[in-house]
Design a protein around this ligand. Structure first.
Ligand code: SF4
Length: 161
């Protein structure tokens, strides 16, 4: 994720990260790092298998649902079990709760629904995912510029990366 205080863009290593060890400036890390907690840290339902260093996945929430960030070095990690099954289950729950589940690999985004996935390619920070719904079922998904979004049209899912 981007760290504004460090001018660190999304999908770039933090200069303070020491792989295999951790944060070199942990005691004085920026406030946005200090306040960040992935879902694995705060949700007891996610067991040790979901620990990011093991799963290669970082879970966060957005205003629209759940974001599953996949280590680009392991782009298919989310397809392994138990992750794929849990992601599908969240997608099924999301279909009834108007909540999206998006897998993010680098800049590529994949909208996951109970019975299919929509590979949306690269989605920029100024773009939004717009779902086409039949009832609660997602039957299509496209990417549009946020500025082109017509208020009150199809529901947009906002990437937060
Ligand atoms: S916690 Fe430390 S290593 Fe991680 S992004 Fe913040 S400053 Fe960088």
């Amino acid at each position: 994720m981007a760290i504004e205080a460090l001018a660190k863009p999304v999908n770039a290593w933090c200069p303070h990260c020491e792989p295999g060890r951790g944060c070199a400036i942990y005691a004085s890390r920026p406030a946005e790092c200090e306040s960040f907690a992935c879902l694995w840290l705060v949700n007891d339902l996610l067991d040790a298998r979901w620990k990011p260093s093991r799963s290669k996945l970082v879970l966060t929430t957005s205003e629209d649902g759940i974001e599953v960030r996949c280590d680009p070095g392991f782009p298919d990690a989310w397809r392994n079990e138990p992750y794929a099954g849990d992601i599908r289950a969240w997608a099924a729950e999301g279909e009834t709760n108007d909540m999206t589940v998006v897998v993010i690999v680098g800049q590529r985004m994949i909208l996951v629904t109970p019975d299919r996935e929509f590979d949306l390619g690269i989605v920029g920070p100024d773009e939004r995912i717009v779902r086409e719904l039949e009832g609660t079922k997602v039957v299509g998904a496209t990417v549009v510029k946020e500025s082109d979004l017509d208020a009150g049209s199809a529901k947009g899912a906002a990437p937060t990366a």
